[in-house]
Design a protein around this ligand. Structure first.
Ligand SMILES: Cc1cc2nc3c(=O)[nH]c(=O)nc-3n(C[C@H](O)[C@H](O)[C@H](O)COP(=O)(O)OP(=O)(O)OC[C@H]3O[C@@H](n4cnc5c(N)ncnc54)[C@H](O)[C@@H]3O)c2cc1C
Length: 485
C-alpha cells in the first residue's frame, strides 16, 4: 500500500472510540496493571487492517497530537496512554498466525497473545520462542527484544528468529523491513520497545519442529542462605548445556496464592521461599533427564533448606501457562509495578549477590515476587539490532497490590531495593523502563549502548521527523528527565 493517501484508503474495518462513551472507558481500562491512570487519549482507534492504521496516523497528524500504540497492554506504566493523543489499539490487527510450509515461517499480527501463538504453532507441529506469560502480546514482546523460551541457547527472539516486519510509518506508508529491505528500519525496530516510531502490523518468524516440554522444580526455604542458594543455581545453570534448556528462579512467600483472605500483608512468620525451575525442550524423557542432569545433586549443606525437589517430568503447555496465571492474576483490582536490572557481567558474583538481595528478598505484599531469569546473552550483536546491552541475568521484582492505600509501601520498598541493585546493573530491559514521574529507577539507566542509541536516534529522525511517536524522548541523550509522560 505504498504512498496511498488516507482519503483513498479502503473503508474502515476497525472502530474509533470517543471519550465519554462506555466503549471508550472499557478500552481505557484494558491493561495488565489495573490501577486507574488519569491520562486520556482524545480517541482510541481499534484497528484491524494496515489501512486502519494509516487512517489513525493521518487523524493524529490532522489533530497535531502524538500517537501511543497498545498491543497486549502489559507495560505497567502504560506509555501508550497519552493525554489528548491517539491510542492505536493493535490487539485485533491481522489477528492470526499463518504458516508457510515452504519457508517454515509463521506470520502473525502484533495482538496475538503468547498462548495463541503456542496453540497455533503447536497445531502445526512447529515452535518458535514466544514469552512465558500467556497473555502478553507478541507486538510488545518482540519489539522489546523477547526473552523467549530457551533464550540462553539462541539469544533474543527478535534477533535470532524474526526475519521480516511490516510497518506503517508516520507518513502512513506500509513498508517491509528485513536484513535486505529497509535495513535501517529493521535494525532500529528490534529492541526499540516503547520507543519505536512506527506501527508494526505483521511479524514473520522462523520456526523449528516442535518437541516436548520437560521441567524439574525445587523449592527451598531461603533462611540465611540466600547467597549460597543463588550461587548454587547459577552454577548449575552454567553446567547445563545451552541448547534447548533454560533456568529461572522466583522468590515468594507461601501466601502468594492466597487471594481470599483480604489481608495483603506478608505475615511476619512467613518464610521466604525460592523456587527454581529448570526446563528442557526434548523428544523424550530420557533426553530431558540427560540435558538437566547438572541439577541432580543439591549440595549437602543446602539439603536442610530443601522443601521440595521434583524429578524431571513432562509439563503440558496448558499447565505451564495456568501456573503463570496464578503468579500474575488478572483480577479487576490487581495493580502492578515492575522494576528490574540487567546485571553487569563484569561484576564479581559475591558483589552482585549482595546488591540484588533486597530486590529478591524484600517483597512488600503477598502477591509480590522476585524473579531471576538466566538469559545468558552476554554479547548481543549491536551491528544486527538496537537490542545491544548484555542480558546475562534479568533480575526483577513484580510488586503487586489491590488496596490503593498500599501503593506507597510497594513503591518505597522497590525504590529502596533498586538503589542497591542499580550499583551492579549495566542497564534495564526496555520493557521495564518507566517514563512516568513515578518511575522507580534512574532516568539515566541504559536500555541500549550509547553508540546504538546515537545511531537509533538518527534513524528515528529520518523516519518520523515530526515526532508523531513520542516514546523516544525518554531515551534521548542529555534530555532525560522524569515524567516524559
Ligand atoms: C506478567 C508478565 C510476564 C512477562 N514475561 C516476559 C517474558 O517471558 N519475556 C519477555 O521478553 N518479556 C516478558 N514480559 C515483558 C513483556 O514482554 C513486555 O511488557 C511487552 O512489551 C508487553 O507487550 P504487550 O503488547 O502485552 O504490552 P503493550 O503495553 O501493549 O506494549 C508495550 C509497548 O510496545 C509498543 N508496541 C506494542 N505493539 C506495537 C506495535 N505493533 N507497533 C509499535 N509499537 C508497539 C508500544 O510502545 C507499547 O507501549 C512480561 C511482562 C509481564 C507483565
Amino acid at each position: 500500500m505504498p504512498d496511498t493517501p488516507s482519503s483513498s484508503l479502503p473503508a474502515a474495518a476497525g472502530t474509533v472510540l470517543h471519550r465519554g462513551t462506555p466503549e471508550y472507558d472499557l478500552s481505557h481500562a484494558q491493561y495488565f496493571n489495573k490501577e486507574d491512570t488519569a491520562r486520556f487519549p482524545a480517541e482510541i482507534h481499534v484497528v484491524r487492517t494496515s489501512a486502519d492504521v494509516s487512517r489513525a496516523l493521518a487523524r493524529a497528524t490532522e489533530l497535531k497530537v502524538p500517537v501511543g500504540v497498545r498491543a497486549g497492554g502489559h507495560l505497567p506504566s502504560k506509555p501508550s496512554l497519552i493525554q489528548d493523543g491517539i491510542l492505536v489499539d493493535v490487539s485485533q490487527l491481522n489477528h492470526e498466525v499463518a504458516y508457510d510450509g515452504r519457508t517454515h515461517e509463521v506470520c502473525f499480527g502484533p495482538g496475538v497473545r503468547v498462548f495463541e501463538a503456542w496453540k497455533a504453532t503447536d497445531a502445526l507441529g512447529r515452535f518458535f520462542p514466544f514469552g512465558h506469560a500467556p497473555d502478553v502480546a507478541l507486538g510488545g514482546f518482540c519489539l522489546a527484544g523477547g526473552q523467549g523460551f530457551f533464550m540462553r541457547g539462541w539469544g533474543a527472539t527478535v534477533t535470532e528468529w524474526i526475519v521480516r516486519l511490516e510497518i506503517v510509518m508516520a507518513d502512513g506508508r506500509a513498508l517491509t523491513a528485513s536484513r535486505t529491505e529497509n535495513q535501517d528500519l529493521f535494525w532500529a525496530a528490534r529492541g526499540a520497545g516503547q520507543a519505536f516510531f512506527g506501527v508494526v502490523t505483521r511479524f514473520w518468524s522462523k520456526t523449528v519442529p516442535k518437541r516436548r516440554l520437560f521441567g524439574r522444580t525445587f523449592v527451598f526455604r531461603v533462611g540465611d542462605r540466600f547467597e549460597d542458594l543463588i550461587a548454587f543455581a547459577l552454577e548449575r545453570n552454567n553446567a547445563t548445556p545451552k541448547r534447548f534448556t533454560e533456568s529461572a528462579m522466583c522468590t515468594m512467600h507461601s501466601e502468594i496464592f492466597d487471594s481470599q483472605s483480604g489481608d495483603e500483608s506478608v505475615p511476619q512468620s512467613s518464610p521466604l521461599l525460592l523456587c527454581i525451575n529448570a526446563s528442557a525442550y526434548a523428544d523424550t524423557l530420557a533426553e530431558a533427564k540427560t540435558m538437566l542432569s547438572a541439577w541432580d545433586q543439591v549440595p549437602g549443606d543446602l539439603q536442610s533448606n530443601v522443601l521440595e525437589a521434583n524429578p524431571v517430568a513432562e509439563v503440558s503447555w496448558e499447565e505451564f501457562f495456568q501456573d503463570q496465571h496464578r503468579w500474575n492474576p488478572q483480577t479487576p483490582d490487581q495493580k502492578w509495578v515492575i522494576n528490574s536490572i540487567l546485571n553487569d557481567p563484569s561484576v564479581p558474583l559475591p558483589k552482585m549477590l549482595e546488591a540484588i538481595k533486597p530486590a529478591l528478598c524484600n517483597l512488600p505484599t503477598r502477591s509480590s515476587y522476585g524473579c531471576l531469569y538466566m538469559c545468558d546473552t552476554v554479547a548481543p550483536d549491536e551491528n544486527d539490532a538496537v537490542f545491544s546491552i548484555p542480558q546475562q541475568y534479568y533480575i526483577s521484582t513484580f510488586g503487586g497490590w489491590k488496596s490503593p492505600s498500599l501503593r506507597p509501601q510497594v513503591q518505597d520498598t522497590l525504590r529502596e531495593s533498586y538503589k542497591r541493585a542499580d550499583s551492579v546493573a549495566c542497564g534495564i530491559y526496555i520493557a521495564d523502563f518507566d517514563q512516568s514521574i513515578d518511575s522507580l529507577h534512574s532516568p539515566e539507566i541504559k536500555v541500549w549502548t550509547d553508540s546504538a542509541r546515537d545511531r537509533w536516534m538518527e534513524i528515528r529522525k529520518k523516519w518520523d521527523p515530526q515526532g508523531l511517536f513520542p516514546g523516544y524522548k525518554a531515551f534521548a541523550a542529555g534530555v532525560k528527565q522524569k515524567g516524559s509522560l
